[in-house]
Design a protein around this ligand. Structure first.
Ligand SMILES: Cc1cc2nc3c(=O)[nH]c(=O)nc-3n(C[C@H](O)[C@H](O)[C@H](O)COP(=O)(O)O)c2cc1C
Length: 273
């Protein structure tokens, strides 16, 4: 038995305490991981519901209600971004963000729209939102790109006319609360509803992309397409603007949206790319 106030005893007690604490922390981390993953997916699903405007306050929905909405109204489909076609027999566990980091799968972002990232995933999940009769009502698309401090991850919903925004949400970012963090502000998010992606009456091509965030307020001719910049957060605002232009471009969801428009036999005469 070591004397209580000896140096050796102090070390022994510290080491035992360290081992016990680290065991407790690592057991908790491993045990809680599945729950954390589930909560992350649930949070993303709530954001998809928010982007589609399917609930007044998606944060108030229970996990059961979220699941029910997904079962009744939302169909997840994998899209090949290059061809714009749905991928048949998709691997349900496919993770686009992991694929964007995997040297075997990732695709270089070779674009005039600099979203601050060099690679993207080859395929991604989109969410087809149906109305009560089971007809396509809107499509929720994942978007991301650099702000000032961080990559912002979100969803944007496009009406079945494949031109009009129905809603936008950001579920993960590291921008400053009150400045760039205002991307989450419901008042700013509401300004996107009804905005047009491409110039009205023109084809859905990069040349006619008009969606974006203005510096200050948009001039009258751009008001159908753009929202006010966030004050004191010019760089975050520019990041959101660039990411939207990129994800709706021919390098992003352009081919997919044009394919859908062609399939629908869009009646506005502007479905060709
Ligand atoms: C502590 C701190 C946090 C900031 N956070 C952001 C931010 O999240 N997003 C952003 O665009 N600018 C942020 N800025 C401001 C930028 O540094 C830059 O000044 C600003 O984007 C210029 O915008 P303005 O022309 O609207 O002033 C922050 C500045 C400081 C000092």
């Amino acid at each position: 038995m070591l004397p209580k106030d000896s140096m050796a005893n102090t070390f022994l007690v510290s080491i035992v305490l360290c081992i016990v604490c680290s065991l407790l922390v690592s057991t908790a981390a491993v045990a809680l991981k599945p729950r954390q993953e589930r909560n992350k997916v649930l949070d993303q699903q709530r954001n998809i519901i928010a982007a589609a405007g399917l609930a007044e306050d998606p944060r108030a929905l229970s996990s059961k209600e979220v699941l029910q909405l997904f079962q009744q109204r939302i169909e997840r489909k994998l899209v090949d971004l290059q061809t714009g076609q749905f991928v048949e027999d998709a691997d349900e566990d496919y993770d686009p963000l992991k694929a964007a980091k995997d040297p075997q799968q990732r695709v270089p972002i070779d674009s005039e729209f600099d979203i601050g990232l060099r690679f993207r995933e080859p395929k991604t999940w989109v969410y087809l939102v149906k109305d009560e009769q089971g007809e396509l009502e809107q499509i929720v698309l994942p978007i991301y790109g650099m702000g000032l401090w961080s990559v912002l991850y979100g969803y944007i919903s496009v009406d079945k006319d494949l031109r009009t925004i129905r809603g936008i949400t950001f579920y993960e970012h590291g921008e400053t609360p009150g400045l760039g963090g205002e991307v989450e502000n419901p008042v700013w998010r509401a300004k996107w509803v009804g905005k047009q992606i491409w110039e009205e009456g023109q084809p859905r091509t990069d040349e006619f992309l008009r969606i974006g965030v203005a510096k200050g307020s948009p001039p009258p001719q751009l008001q159908p397409y753009q929202v006010d910049g966030l004050s004191g957060a010019t760089i975050t605002s520019r990041g959101v603007s660039t990411m939207l232009k990129y994800w709706f471009s021919s390098d992003g969801f352009g081919p997919f949206i044009n394919n859908l428009a062609n399939q629908q036999g869009a009646t506005d005469g502007s479905s060709q790319s």
